[in-house]
Design a protein around this ligand. Sequence first.
Ligand code: COA
Length: 411
Amino acid sequence: MTPSSLPIRPIVDDEWSALGRLLDLAFHETHRPDEWEQFRAVAELDRTLCAFDGDRIVSSSGAYTMELTVPGAIVPAAGVTIVTVHPAYRRRGLLNAMMDRQLADLRDHGEAVAMLWASEARIYGRYGYAVACEQAAVDVARTEAGLVPDAPDTGRLDLELADPTEARDELAAVYDRMRPTRPGYVSRDDGQWFDALFDPEQRRGGSTPLQALLVRDGGTATGYALYRVKPEWDPAGPNGQLELRELQATDAAAYVACWRFLSGLDLTARVSARKMPVDAPLLYLLADHRRARVQRTDALWVRLVRVGEALAQRRYAAPVDLVLDVADGRCPWNAGRWRLAGDETGATCEPTGEAADVRVDTTVLASAYLGDGALAAYAVAGRASESTPGALRRLAAAMSWDPKPWCVHSF
Ligand SMILES: CC(C)(COP(=O)(O)OP(=O)(O)OC[C@H]1O[C@@H](n2cnc3c(N)ncnc32)[C@H](O)[C@@H]1OP(=O)(O)O)[C@@H](O)C(=O)NCCC(=O)NCCS
C-alpha cells in the first residue's frame, strides 16, 4: 500500500501516547510521558485524523474548536494543529491525503474558516491557506530607547508579580476583554490556557521561569505581561535579556505601566518580543525608535473553507457590492461567482449568475480576510484581476480594517 492510500481515522483514547511519540519525533522535541498526559486535556481526539500503517500511527493532524475575531465579529473557527508525517513516510503524499480529508470534514462541520500556524512557509499555500496576519519581532535596547516625555502617568496603578498559573483567571479576564478589539484574536479555553502557560525547564534555554506582571486599577486587572529573563554578564557588566512573551492592556495607562516596568528592570540590556502587533503601540512610545529593531514575519494563516459564509460573517470598512469570480483548486464547492454586498453593519455573499467584477483565488481572499490590507498588493503582483475598472480598489478598501490583525496565541 502506498503511504497516501493508508487508512486515515481519528485516534482513540489509548492511542494518545503513541501520537505524542510521533509529535516529538516529527518536531524534534522531548516531552515526558506525564507531560503528554497533561496535554491530553487540550486535545479533541474526535477531531484528530491520523494515517495508520498496521497499528502504527504514521501521520497526524487535528483541529481545535475555537473562535476567531474577524472584522466586526467573533466567529467559529477550526484551529488546525499537530500536522506531522513520520520522518520515514515523508514526501509520498500523506499530507496531501490528510489535508484533503480534513478540508472535506471541515466543510461539513460548523466552521466556515480554518486557521493555523505554519512551521514552514511553503507547506500550506497549496491547501488554500494564506498569511492573514503578520507579527513584528521587536528587539529594544531599553535604556537607549527611553520613553517619550509625555507618556501617560501610571502612578495610580498597582503592579504585582505573580505565578502565571496562579494568576490565570485574571489573565483570562484581561485577554477576553481584548478579544473583540482586534481581528486575529483566538479564544483560549482551559486547554489553550494550559498550553499558553506551559513552561517546562527544557524549553527555557537558560532563562528564568515565566513571570506574570499584573497591572490593576482600583482592584481590577487592566493589563499583564508574561516574560522571562535570560541573565548574562559581560566584562562591562550585566547584559541580561528580557524576553517578553505577551503584553495585553485594556487601556493606555496599563500598556505604559507594563512597558515602564519591563524596560526598567535591573541587570538587563535588551527587551525582545517575538510576537508584537505590526502596529505595536510600543513603537510610538519610545523616545528613540531607532533603538528598536523590527522584523515582520507571518503569524496566523487562514483558509476560507466555505467562502460565501466566511465572507458574509465579517464586516466591511466601506460599502461594497461586487461579483467575485472565485478560483479554488482544492475545494471545488467554493469555485464560481459570488455576489458580495456589505458594509460596517453586515454582509451577504451568495452564488450568482451575474458577470464578475473581480477574478480572485480563494487564497488571496483568505489573506485579506482579517483586514491587513494586502489585497491591493496582490493586485499589483498580478494575483487578482478586475473586469470592472476600480472594482479591486473598492474591494481592497472594504476588506481593510483598523486596527491591523494580530494573533499572539499559537496552537
Ligand atoms: C510538513 C510535513 C507534514 C509534510 O509531509 P509529507 O508527507 O512530506 O507531505 P506530502 O508528501 O503529502 O507533500 C505534499 C506536498 O507538499 C510539499 N511539501 C511538503 N513539505 C514541504 C516543505 N516542508 N516545504 C516545501 N514543500 C513541502 C511536497 O513537495 C508536496 O508537493 P506536491 O503535492 O506539489 O508534490 C512533514 O514534512 C513533517 O512532518 N514535517 C515536520 C513537522 C512539521 O513541520 N509539520 C507542520 C506543522 S505546521
